[in-house]
Design a binder for this molecule. Structure first.
Ligand SMILES: Nc1ncnc2c1ncn2[C@@H]1O[C@H](COP(=O)(O)OP(=O)(O)OP(=O)(O)O)[C@@H](O)[C@H]1O
Ligand SMILES: [Mg+2]
Length: 397
């Protein structure tokens, strides 16, 4: 594939201390296709022999994500990378990476077990010196712990449903006069959503109407997840998603550098009658009747794009996230979460993913997206932290 450069940022936009690397990216890519050894990493299974030293618990419901890792692998191979291999991220990962001579990784894992599992493999790669597409350990942890992310949203003044956290170690959940609960929900009298602080696919999430149910459900979620529980106001309005990633895009074989993070797949999730929360993707995959592309003429498009760019910039993110947003009764949008490892499933005739569904509207193919995410990361690393990718720059020498 031939890639030409359309360098949109005037060189004055780059800090003078950094050499613009994008000019070299085309020839770099051409060389790297035959030389760069990439591992696409999916979730290791702690039940396998020698996967871990001691099997513990996974507070975030485990999934291997191997099928989607294969979609990413296929796309990288389709755009010309010759060395792309799949690997699980159990305790043998460092040796596997070393044995296969891997230069670069793509994280498509929620981790193996333990707390903040989404950050473990990024942490391991940081320690090993292997660069990757994916969030650094701090960002992965912050985003995957909904209460931490929501506290930061509040600090930035970004709307999110009022919430408290609770853990059984704190004793009984106090909902009485003067309690945190009462202060937080002074303006809200239910229903409430009880959910894990770190979850996926709407698992262990319940809408409760009464305080009795709330106590019961909070205890239930704590028991199931061995983790802190999030209790927040139920938002009854429409639900939306928006994907946002870095501003280096490969479209029609042309690399473009945008002035701002790139927002795409702005969609509304379509509820069935009586559906209070969106049905788990584990139960029903994302079919075309469950999602609607939001047109750029609709007011929510501009609002969601602004929210997505603000979050990407303020949190200083460096990889793709999918924002989940829901409206309150008055139509005001509130951020539910930003998924650090959004589902990157390639679309098929029968089903799609909330990321892939808007690619045609953005004029991108699935391969374009995957190549864009890779090039955005390499461009960043080559420009701002070249010392962390010497082994890749040496391939180009
Ligand atoms: N405060 C809320 N008000 C209304 N609905 C909510 C609220 N919190 C969660 N939901 C519903 O539950 C679904 C899942 O919630 P959330 O996105 O927070 O968790 P998740 O399990 O990490 O989701 P996923 O991995 O599917 O994106 C949302 O898509 C939404 O339909
Ligand atoms: Mg969600």
């Amino acid at each position: 594939m031939n890639v030409t450069i359309d360098y949109c940022i005037p060189s004055t936009d780059l800090h003078p201390g950094f050499r613009p690397q994008l000019d070299d990216m085309q020839s770099d890519l051409d060389s790297l296709r035959s030389k760069l050894r990439i591992a696409v990493i999916y979730g290791g299974n702690h039940n396998r022999d020698n996967a871990v030293i001691y099997r513990t618990f996974n507070p975030r419901p485990w999934k291997s994500y191997q099928t989607v890792a294969r979609d990413v692998q296929d796309a990288l191979q389709e755009v010309g990378f010759e060395w792309v291999t799949l690997m699980p991220d159990d305790m043998n990962l460092p040796q596997r990476l070393r044995d296969a001579g891997i230069h670069f990784a793509w994280l498509n894992t929620g981790g193996v077990q333990g707390y903040s599992p989404v950050s473990h493999t990024a942490g391991m790669l940081e320690m090993l010196g292997i660069p990757y597409v994916g969030h650094n350990p701090l960002h992965a942890s912050t985003l995957d712990n909904k209460h931490t992310f929501k506290r930061e949203l509040q600090a930035f003044g970004i709307p999110t449903a009022p919430f408290i956290t609770w853990h059984p170690a704190q004793g009984l959940l106090d909902t009485g006069p003067g309690s945190r609960f009462e202060r937080t929900f002074a303006q809200h009298h239910g229903p409430f959503v009880v959910k894990p602080i770190s979850g996926r696919a709407s698992l262990h999430i319940a809408v409760v109407d009464s305080l009795d149910e709330l106590h019961e459900q909070a205890f239930e979620v704590a028991q199931q997840t061995h983790n802190t529980v999030l209790i927040e106001a139920y938002l009854p309005g429409r639900e939306f998603c928006a994907a946002v990633c870095g501003g280096t895009l490969v479209r029609d074989d042309i690399i473009r550098r945008l002035h701002q993070p790139f927002v795409f797949s702005v969609v509304e999730r379509l509820f069935r009658t009586g559906e209070a929360i969106f049905t788990s993707m584990d139960t029903q995959s994302i079919t075309y009747d469950r999602v609607r592309l939001v047109d750029s003429s609709e007011p929510e498009h501009a609002q969601l794009s602004h929210l997505a760019r603000t979050i990407y910039t303020e949190f200083n993110l460096s990889s793709l996230v999918r924002l989940d947003v829901r409206a309150d009764a008055g139509g005001k949008l509130h951020v539910l979460e930003a998924n650090p490892k959004p589902d990157l499933k390639r679309e098929s005739c029968a089903s799609t993913s909330l990321i892939s569904v808007g690619l045609p509207q953005a004029g991108l193919s699935y391969q374009d997206l995957i190549l864009s995410l890779l090039v955005d990361r390499l461009h960043y690393l080559f420009t701002y932290v070249p010392d962390s990718v010497r082994h890749i720059l040496d391939l180009l020498a």
